[in-house]
Design a protein around this ligand. Structure first.
Ligand SMILES: [Zn+2]
Length: 422
């Protein structure tokens, strides 16, 4: 058993290290929802209000998490999209893009086939100063980037749907090309616990075998499953027109498989107490694949089981175990962990950490300072630390007590996004 004194002596000898998550969290999760089948702007707004505020909603008081959403420009008739909603709906979407709560472009949408149509959509966003950095391929859409799973052509220079040059210039930096995993927790070793359940042996056994097969194929060098080998959220890739982006992988850990229960009506079967406990215990990152707008009752979008799941997640978040944020912020944080470099030296009895954001591995351009939010360094003595970012001293460094590892730390502040009042 270690005593506090043991821990202190252990910590004075450690090197300065980046903590995997902002202090005090032990895991990180983003709900990455494709808006497919959201009936109208009222449902879209009610879902966002419930998830991001404490306001009274049709599902009871909101849970005050930080959850983003996606948008595309055209959907099938009767389904919510930017073009099909009314002026108030478009204004709502633009306001939430600007606040960071609509953070994903879910392809350009249905029935958008050409470069010209893609240009019109990007012009609309730019005209309104709406900047999105995350792209998620949408099933069956020609503008997709994914060559294998999603069969897109958006990055093939000679194709009529080619738009990658314009879209990357517009600002897209993170791309999901349909890759999904059942493994609970990324950016840690792949482990298969929590997939098989004795209650559903056949279906969950099949899901487990599929996940094992992905790992096996990845190890044999199959490019379709290469991302599964490292079980990483992010990897730097070049699209087919050689433009650089980060690809990210999503997770749906439901026992029925990655496409099972990925809906608002069934999220109570996904965000279970057991799943959240396993994510914390493993210290993983999760970009959760779902479709929050797939619901049964447009007057009360989340059924009681779904609402309880979000209340459970809110408890994990408010108690400092799981940092729940938007997809964009989670990806930015992961990128910062990969791209920053730092040196340390002693200076007048203080430990000085010099953090550099411009490094040879900046894959998609300069790392924005906002992506440093929450970055936490384990240090021997949190009271005796100076930190400089690209040479500028940091004046709002947070000094944290020891966490369960026994080590204290310093952090750059992490603030919540401000949910807009419309
Ligand atoms: Zn979709």
């Amino acid at each position: 058993m270690h005593t506090v004194a043991d821990r202190e002596s252990r910590c004075t000898s450690i090197d300065v290290q980046l903590r995997p998550f902002p202090y005090p969290y032990r895991a990180m999760l983003a709900i990455c929802s494709d808006l497919d089948d959201t009936p109208d702007r009222h449902v879209y707004w009610e879902i966002m209000r419930f998830l991001n505020t404490t306001d009274e909603t049709s599902m009871g008081p909101g849970v005050r998490l930080e959850v983003g959403n996606s948008i595309h420009f055209r959907a099938q008739p009767g389904i919510f999209s930017y073009y099909s909603t009314d002026d108030a709906g478009r204004e709502m979407v633009r306001t939430m893009i600007q606040s960071g709560h609509v953070d994903c472009l879910h392809s350009f949408g249905e029935c958008i086939y050409t470069r010209d149509e893609a240009r019109q959509a990007l012009d609309e966003l730019e005209r309104h100063d709406c900047h999105l950095e995350v792209w998620v391929d949408h099933g069956g859409t020609v503008t997709n980037f994914g060559p294998d799973i999603m069969q897109g052509h958006g990055d093939e220079v000679s194709h009529p749907a080619y738009h990658a040059d314009m879209t990357i210039n517009y600002g897209i930096k993170y791309v999901c090309r349909g890759r999904g995993t059942s493994i609970i927790g990324q950016d840690i070793a792949a482990k298969f616990g929590g997939i098989f359940t004795a209650k559903h042996p056949v279906a969950s056994g099949r899901t487990l075998i599929k996940e094992l097969a992905k790992q096996g194929l990845a190890r044999m060098g199959n490019p379709k499953y290469a991302m599964h080998k490292r079980n990483a959220t992010l990897r730097p890739i070049a699209l087919r027109d050689e433009r650089k982006v980060y690809e990210f992988m999503r997770c749906n850990p439901h026992w029925g498989g990655v496409d099972s229960c990925a809906t608002g009506r069934s999220i109570g079967d996904v965000l279970t107490g057991e799943m959240l406990a396993r994510l914390v215990e493993r210290g993983g990152t999760c970009v959760l694949y779902t479709h929050l707008g797939r619901i049964d009752d447009r007057t009360v979008p989340f059924n009681p089981k779904a609402a309880s799941a979000f209340r459970r997640l809110a408890e994990e978040s408010h108690d400092g175990r799981i940092l729940v944020t938007t997809t964009r912020r989670l990806l930015g944080y992961r990128r910062a962990l990969q791209e920053v470099a730092f040196t340390t030296r002693r200076e007048k009895g203080m430990l000085r950490i010099d953090l550099t954001t411009r490094t040879p591995i900046n894959w998609v351009g300069v790392l924005p300072t906002e992506d440093l939010a929450g970055l936490t360094f384990y240090v021997p003595d949190s009271e005796a630390v100076l930190l400089a970012i690209d040479g500028t001293p940091c004046t709002d460094l947070k000094r944290n007590p020891a966490d369960p590892t026994g080590c204290s730390s310093v952090s750059l502040p992490w603030s919540r996004l401000e949910f807009p009042r419309i």
